[in-house]
Design a protein around this ligand. Structure first.
Ligand SMILES: [Zn+2]
Length: 842
C-alpha cells in the first residue's frame, strides 16, 4: 500500500517541484530588504506546501489578535506517506502511548522561530530554510530528510512580530539609516518582544497561560521532538551564540544531552569559521528555569537549545556596530539559516544514537527517578477547585496522575512546614509519580527545592508546584498503590423554590469569576466580614451572601440568574431560608457589606512595566472576564479620577508622577478611591508626604543599616576583579519562594490560611506600616522556603510588610510588594488580587 502510494506520488512531486518559488520570487523582494508581514510568511509556507509533496502544513491555533499559528512538516516522500505512524512510534518508544514501535527510526528536529517578536530576523530565515529543505536540486539536504523529519514553526509570536514589523515599516527611512541613534533603532513602549498581553512567551512554555503556548504545546506533545531550537536575537554588538549552553545546568540534564549540544556546536563552528563569522558558546544562557524554549524541551527528553544572533529591535535593516562594521538583516537571517540547516545535518548523521538516547531518557526515568522522592501527594482534603486546576495543568503537559487506592502512614516531606515528618496518605489523594515517562519534568516541577549547581542564573530559582497552587502536599520516597484518576467533584446540589438568600464560601479564582459574572448580570451581592454559622455549617470571612432583598428588580428571574451562574462556574451554592444565623452576625447586620461593582482604571505606557501591566490586563480580560479601562501614562495626570473607584499602578518607575500629582492622588483616595500600588511602583511612594510607606521603621534603624553598608563597602574594595560578577550575587533574590504570615481577618486576605507562599522577585524591603494594616508580613530569613537568596539580600528579610493596606479618609491604598499575578502562573495569588479589587473597602 505504502509503496504503491510512493509510485503515484513521486512523478507528481517531481512535476510540482518545478513550481517551487524562492522567497524572493514569491515575495517580490530579496529576503533582508524588508521585514515580511506575518500573513505573507504564512502565504509563502502555504505555497511551498502546495507545490512540494513532501511538505505539510499543520495549523495549530490562532493568536489573541486572530493571526494563524502553524508549523510545516518536511521529510522524504517515503516518510511523508507514513508520517503519523512515525510520529506514533516515537511516542511508543518513549512509553507515552501504549504499543510497540514497528517502523523505521527517524530523527525529529523542531525549529521554532521568532518567539520574541522584535527579534525579527529568524522568521525571515525560516522562509529561506524551508525553501532549502524543499528544494529537490539540493541532493545532500534531500539525503538528510531520508531519516529526519523537520518541523518548522516560522513564527511562535505573530502578534509581537507584526507589532514590530508594522512599526518598522511606518518609521524607517526610505534607505535604512545605520546610525544607531536614528528613530528606526529605538522601538517605543511596549516593543514587539511580547505577545498581545505583553507576556514573554519564552517564559511560558511550562505554564501555558497564553493562547500561543497552550496551542503549541498541545502539538508539541503529539510529536515530542528529539532536537528543539529556539531562535533569538541579542544586542547588536554581540557575536552569534550557540550551544553548548552556560552553567547552571539542571542536575537532571543527561551526559548525552550535553554531548549532542557540543557536537552540534562544533558543526556550527565549522561553517562560521569558513565564513570568518564570530561566535561564542557556554556563556550567559543557562539551562535551569523550566519554562524556556530550551529547558522545557530538555526536560522533555530533547536536546533543547537557544541560538542568539546580534540584532534585536536595535538592528533595523542595517546598523553600524562598535567595530565600525554594518550589520544587516541579510547577515542576521543568513546566520540563523546556517545554524538551522547545520542542526538538521548533525541530527541526520546521528539518528540511531538520538533515537536510542531519547528512548533511554524516558524508560530509565520511569524505572529509576533520579531525585530524592518518588511520589508527590496532593491530599483530597485540599480545595477541590485547586486540585482540579492542577490536574488540568498536568494534562496539558502530558503528565500522568492517579489517585491513591489505599491509605497509610508514611514518612514524607511536608511542603507547608518545610520538614520531613510522619504524614497520612488517604485513599483518593491525588498522586503524581516520578515513576512515569515524564519523570524528569515531574521532578523538576515538584521538587521542594531546585538543585542548583551554580547560582549565576538568568531567571527564577524556585517554582515548586504545591507552593504555586497553595496546596497542602507532601513528597515521599516509598511506593503508593494507585488507580486511574477521576475528576474530583463537589456535588452541585439542586436548589428549588425561592430561598431567602444564596451562600457561597470564598475560596478561590472560580468564586471570583462567579462574582464578576454576577456583576455583569447586575445582581447585588453581599460579603460577610465576620465568620458565621448556619444550619450546622461554618462559613468563613469573605463568604458571599446573595439576598433576595436588594435584587427585587429581577423579579422571578433572580433565582434563575443566580443558579445558572453557579452552574456555569461549577459553584455549589447553599440556600438559606432565613436571615437569622445560629452564630455570628445576621444577614441584615452591618458586617454583611454590599459588594460594590467597581469601575477600574489601569495605567499603561511609558513609566509602567509592560510585563506587570500585561499581567493585570490579562487577569481582567482572560482570567476573570471583568471590564477594565486602560489609561495611558501620558495623559493620566489629566483625567477626572473621580470617574474611577479603583486605580491600579502596576510595577514600574512611574516617572510621569510628580509631587503635585501624588498629592492629587491622595485627595482622590481620601474621598473614597482605592489605589493599588504593585511591586516596584511602591518605590515611588516611599517616604512621600501623606503616604505611610517607609523603608525603615525608625531613624535608628536607618542609621544602623547605613553604617553596615559603609563598613561592608570598605571591605569590598579589596575584592579581586575576577570575582566581579559573582559578588553581585550576594544582593540578589532570584525569584525565591517565601512564606508570608497573613492576617486573614483582614479583607485583603479573606479566603487564605494564616500563611501564604509568595514569589519574591526583588531585593527590596518595606517597614511595617505605622498607620495601617500589615496584612502580609515577613519576620526574618526563616521565611525563605526555596530558591536562591544572596546573603546580603537575606538581611532584608526582617520585619517587613509584604502586603498592606493604609486607610486614608474614606478610601485606601493597597500595597502589594510581591506581584501576585507574576507571569499569570502563580495560581494562589489571584484571589489576593481579587480581594484588593472587589472585597476591600465595602
Ligand atoms: Zn529572545
Amino acid at each position: 500500500m505504502r509503496n504503491a502510494l510512493i509510485q503515484i506520488l513521486l512523478p507528481v512531486s517531481v512535476l510540482f517541484a518545478g513550481g517551487l518559488k524562492s522567497p524572493a520570487e514569491f515575495l517580490g523582494y530579496e529576503l533582508g530588504d524588508y521585514f515580511t508581514y506575518h500573513h505573507r510568511v504564512v502565504s509563502y509556507y502555504e505555497h511551498v506546501a502546495d507545490v512540494a509533496s513532501n511538505v505539510k502544513i499543520i495549523p495549530y491555533g490562532k493568536t489573541y489578535e486572530q493571526r494563524p499559528l502553524m508549523v510545516a512538516v518536511i521529510s522524504s516522500d517515503e516518510n511523508m506517506t507514513m508520517l503519523d505512524d512515525l510520529r506514533m512510534d516515537n511516542l511508543k518508544r518513549a512509553g507515552l502511548i501504549k504499543g510497540k514501535a514497528s517502523g523505521k527510526k527517524v530523527g525529529i528536529v523542531w525549529l521554532s522561530y521568532n518567539v520574541h517578536g522584535n527579534e525579527a530576523s529568524s522568521t525571515e530565515a525560516a522562509m529561506k530554510t524551508l525553501h532549502a529543505l524543499a528544494d529537490r536540486k539540493n541532493k545532500s539536504i534531500q539525503k538528510w530528510l531520508e531519516n529526519t523529519i523537520v518541523i518548522l514553526d516560522p513564527c511562535i509570536n505573530p502578534d509581537g512580530r507584526d507589532r514590530y514589523a508594522d512599526w518598522f515599516r511606518m518609521t524607517g527611512n526610505r534607505w535604512p539609516d545605520k546610525d544607531p541613534l536614528s528613530r528606526e533603532h529605538m522601538e517605543p513602549w511596549p516593543g514587539g518582544r511580547t505577545n498581545h498581553y505583553y507576556f514573554d512567551l519564552n517564559r511560558d512554555w511550562a505554564w501555558q497561560t497564553q493562547i500561543e503556548s497552550e496551542s503549541r504545546i498541545a502539538l508539541y506533545n503529539k510529536w515530542m521532538p528529539h532536537v528543539h531550537v529556539d531562535f533569538h536575537e541579542q544586542g547588536v554588538n554581540n557575536p552569534y551564540y550557540f550551544a553548548p549552553a552556560a552553567e547552571p545546568f539542571h542536575e537532571y540534564i543527561t551526559d548525552w544531552q550535553r554531548e549532542l549540544q557540543t557536537m552540534i556546536g562544533k558543526n556550527h563552528a565549522k561553517y562560521f569559521d569558513e565564513n570568518n563569522w564570530l561566535y561564542f558558546t557556554k556563556e550567559i544562557f543557562d539551562l535551569l528555569y523550566p519554562s524556556y524554549g530550551d529547558t522545557y524541551p530538555t526536560y522533555n527528553g530533547a536536546i533543547g537549545m537557544t541560538y542568539e544572533q546580534a540584532g534585536h529591535s536595535r538592528g533595523g535593516l542595517a546598523v553600524e556596530t562598535e567595530d565600525g562594521d554594518t550589520l544587516t538583516l541579510k547577515d542576521r537571517l543568513t546566520h540563523h539559516h546556517t545554524t538551522g540547516l547545520s542542526t538538521v545535518e548533525v541530527a541526520s548523521q546521528n539518528v540511531d544514537r538520538i533515537v536510542a538516547e531519547f528512548t533511554k531518557f524516558f524508560v530509565e526515568g520511569k524505572k529509576k527517578p533520579q531525585g530524592e522522592y518518588n511520589h508527590y501527594i496532593i491530599p483530597k482534603s485540599n480545595n477541590i477547585d485547586k486540585v482540579n486546576d492542577l490536574k488540568e495543568w498536568l494534562d496539558k503537559n502530558g503528565i500522568e496522575h492517579r489517585v491513591a487506592s489505599a491509605g497509610k502512614s508514611v514518612k514524607g516531606f511536608n511542603y507547608k512546614i518545610g520538614k520531613k515528618e510522619q504524614v497520612r496518605l488517604n485513599k483518593g489523594d491525588l498522586v503524581v509519580s516520578a515513576k512515569q515517562p515524564k519523570s524528569v519534568l515531574v521532578q523538576v516541577l515538584f521538587e521542594p527545592r531546585t538543585a542548583l549547581v551554580d547560582t549565576l542564573t538568568y531567571d527564577l530559582t524556585a517554582w515548586s508546584l504545591p507552593y504555586v497552587y497553595g496546596l497542602d502536599a507532601f513528597a515521599i520516597k516509598g511506593d503508593v498503590k494507585s488507580s486511574t484518576a477521576r475528576h474530583f467533584t463537589s456535588k452541585l446540589k439542586e436548589i428549588s423554590g425561592s430561598p431567602y438568600a444564596y451562600i457561597l464560601p470564598w475560596k478561590g479564582i472560580h468564586d471570583l469569576k462567579f462574582l464578576a459574572y454576577l456583576f455583569k448580570n447586575n445582581i447585588v451581592v453581599r460579603v460577610s466580614y465576620e465568620p458565621f454559622e448556619m444550619g450546622g455549617v461554618k462559613y468563613g470571612r469573605g463568604t458571599l451572601v446573595i439576598t433576595r432583598k436588594g435584587n427585587e428588580r429581577h423579579g422571578h428571574s433572580f433565582d434563575e440568574i443566580v443558579r445558572n451562574s453557579a452552574q456555569k462556574f461549577g459553584r455549589s451554592l447553599k440556600a438559606a431560608s432565613t436571615g437569622l444565623v445560629s452564630k455570628g452576625k445576621d444577614f441584615g447586620s452591618s458586617s454583611m457589606r454590599v459588594v460594590k461593582r467597581p469601575k477600574v482604571g489601569l495605567i499603561s505606557g511609558d513609566g509602567v512595566g509592560s510585563y506587570s501591566f500585561g499581567e493585570v490586563w490579562h487577569f481582567f480580560e482572560r482570567q476573570i472576564e471583568f471590564p477594565v479601562t486602560v489609561l495611558g501614562s501620558d495623559y493620566f495626570t489629566r483625567i477626572p479620577k473621580h470617574d474611577f473607584d479603583v486605580l491600579i499602578l502596576p510595577g514600574g518607575s512611574h516617572s510621569y508622577l510628580n509631587k503635585e500629582f501624588l498629592n492629587e492622588l491622595r485627595h482622590w483616595v481620601r474621598s473614597g478611591g482605592r489605589l493599588i500600588i504593585m511591586d516596584s511602583a511602591m518605590d515611588k511612594f516611599v517616604d512621600q508626604k501623606g503616604f505611610g510607606l517607609k523603608k525603615f521603621a525608625t531613624d535608628e534603624e536607618k542609621k544602623a543599616s547605613e553604617d553596615k553598608d559603609k563598613e561592608r563597602n570598605l571591605t569590598e574594595r579589596l575584592k579581586p576583579y575576577k570575582d566581579r560578577q559573582r559578588s553581585g550575587l550576594s544582593q540578589n533574590a532570584y525569584g525565591s519562594i517565601v512564606k508570608v504570615k497573613m492576617d486573614n481577618s483582614h479583607p485583603l486576605a479573606f479566603g487564605y490560611d494564616d500563611s501564604y507562599f509568595s514569589l519574591k522577585l526583588r531585593n527590596r524591603r518595606y517597614a511595617y506600616l505605622p498607620k495601617g494594616w500589615n496584612v502580609g508580613t515577613i519576620q526574618d530569613s526563616t521565611a525563605i522556603v526555596s530558591g536562591f537568596v544572596g546573603y546580603k539580600a537575606q538581611e532584608n528579610f526582617r520585619e517587613s510588610m509584604v502586603f498592606g493596606v493604609e486607610e486614608i479618609g474614606r478610601g485606601e491604598v493597597v500595597y502589594l510588594s510581591n506581584n501576585p499575578l507574576f507571569r499569570a502562573f502563580w495560581y494562589n495569588g489571584k484571589m489576593l488580587f481579587g480581594n484588593a479589587i472587589f472585597i476591600l473597602g465595602n
